[in-house]
Design a protein. Structure first.
Length: 183
């Protein structure tokens, strides 16, 4: 049994294991499974297995964890260092993302999982800022991010190619002192 990071409301995070990858592929390889705001077409999933063998999806620049409800995997959370507001060694921030399997959406699991991920990242990495982006039409995710204390910074125009056209994204941020004060 894989060790869990922390639990809240029956939701926990743990390291991904080989049996999770088939379920992730199965759930996210369709528009219904991924959701319209996260469906970018079919993708090569061989990298999931290679990455698991390489570093168990826990790297210096990015990572992923399974979201579980009880013993069942119900999605995954990711973080990556794709933005530095200056020199990367001093000004990098994490960006987070969540994907919850369709049958489990609308229950607050994604919000809880993102909160657990924020706890994990601030506890284990000396980053000061975490950011999140979501499609302007993804109101549910905007509410989840705002519930966690993120501040809306603005709209990044036509930043994402999806479903044959460019889409605007909403940019949010959360600073370490804000998260600590809320806890």
């Amino acid at each position: 049994m894989a060790a869990h990071v922390r639990q809240a409301d029956g939701v926990s995070l743990r390291k991904l294991v080989a049996r999770d990858l088939e379920r992730i592929e199965e759930e996210f390889q369709s528009e219904d499974g991924a959701g319209t705001a996260q469906w970018f077409g079919f993708w090569n999933t061989n990298g999931l297995r290679a990455r698991l063998e390489q570093d168990q999806h826990i790297g210096a620049q990015d990572g992923a964890l399974a979201v579980t409800l009880g013993a069942d995997i119900v999605g995954k959370v990711d973080w990556f260092s794709n933005t530095a507001w200056g020199r990367a060694n001093t000004s990098a921030c994490w960006e987070i993302a969540v994907g919850i399997f369709a049958a489990y959406r609308g229950r607050g699991i994604g919000t809880t999982a993102q909160g657990l991920l924020i706890d994990y990242l601030f506890a284990h990495y000396p980053r000061h800022r975490i950011q999140a982006t979501t499609a302007v039409e993804n109101i549910a995710e905007q509410r989840a991010i705002e519930k966690l204390g993120f501040s809306r910074e603005g709209v990044v125009r036509q930043a994402q190619w999806r479903a044959g056209q460019w889409h605007d994204q909403v940019l949010y941020s959360l600073l370490r002192p804000e998260w600590e004060a809320a806890r």
